[in-house]
Design a protein around this ligand. Structure first.
Ligand SMILES: [Zn+2]
Ligand SMILES: [Zn+2]
Length: 248
């Protein structure tokens, strides 16, 4: 006698092992189980719909804007550096030409004064006239030459590397220390060196007892000077550290 359907009180012949409960079921109970499974699809559809709405409503613009702002800051900063160098080189050009013009103007004034003096005194010599005439000829040549000056401008193309900007994903308010760039160089700091340091794009200023040192981007010391004003600060720092340790 074969086993009946696994459902309690059902005497019908089992037809198949049900996919959801792994029991031997009759055709009717198989259908019931199948309908039950299918009915679970509708709530899933609703969940999907809700998620679709949620995705639609995401405020991605805010996320993009915040990061874009950072990129724009970088761009503005680069533009400023280019503008600054451009202005500096323009001033250099102006200066070279203006110096030459000023030089000729001074020489003109000097000769003019000399002639005025001779006229006022109503006295001159052939030698004076010859000398003045040749000086004026030379000035004429010099002044005309100013317009003939040309500059050779040698420029290097600005090489911008993709690694200048690194985009890494983090969740909001997450302090991710791995976003810090890897250790570039370790500086040995002798005992007695104080904490304060400052830097700009090119240099790092740091106290290396007993000196104040200026490091370049390759971490070479480009300048150092004996620093005698640090002792008081150092004591304060040491005291603070000591107190922190004590409380900790
Ligand atoms: Zn089943
Ligand atoms: Zn059954």
């Amino acid at each position: 006698m074969p086993q009946p359907c696994s459902i309690k009180d059902c005497t019908r012949t089992p037809r198949w092992v049900c996919d959801c409960c792994q029991q031997n079921l009759c055709l009717q109970h198989l259908n019931e189980h199948n309908d039950l499974l299918i009915s679970q699809l509708n709530p899933l559809t609703l969940e999907i719909k809700a998620l679709e709405d949620c995705l639609q409503a995401l405020n991605i613009q805010k996320t993009i804007d915040n990061s874009r702002e950072k990129l724009e800051e970088w761009r503005d900063d680069c533009y400023k550096k280019i503008d600054c160098l451009f202005e500096q080189k323009c001033r250099e050009l102006d200066q070279v030409i203006n110096e030459k013009v000023d030089q000729q103007r001074e020489e003109l004034n000097r000769i003019h004064l000399k002639i005025t003096e001779l006229i006022d005194a109503q006295e001159t010599s052939r030698q004076d006239i010859d000398l003045l005439t040749s000086t004026i000829r030379q000035l004429e040549i010099n002044i005309n030459n100013i317009e003939q000056i040309c500059f050779t401008i040698v420029t290097s193309p600005l090489v911008i590397d993709d690694t200048f900007i690194f985009i890494k994903e983090t969740t909001e308010h997450e302090l991710d220390l791995s976003t810090l760039s890897p250790v570039y160089e370790t500086i040995h700091r002798p005992k007695g060196s104080s904490g304060p340091l400052t830097c700009n794009d090119r240099y790092l200023l740091i106290h290396q007892h007993p000196n104040l040192c200026l490091y370049d981007r390759e971490m070479n010391i480009v300048k150092q000077t004996l620093w005698r004003y640090v002792n008081n600060t150092q004591n304060i720092i040491n005291t603070d550290q000591h107190e922190n340790t004590a409380h900790g």
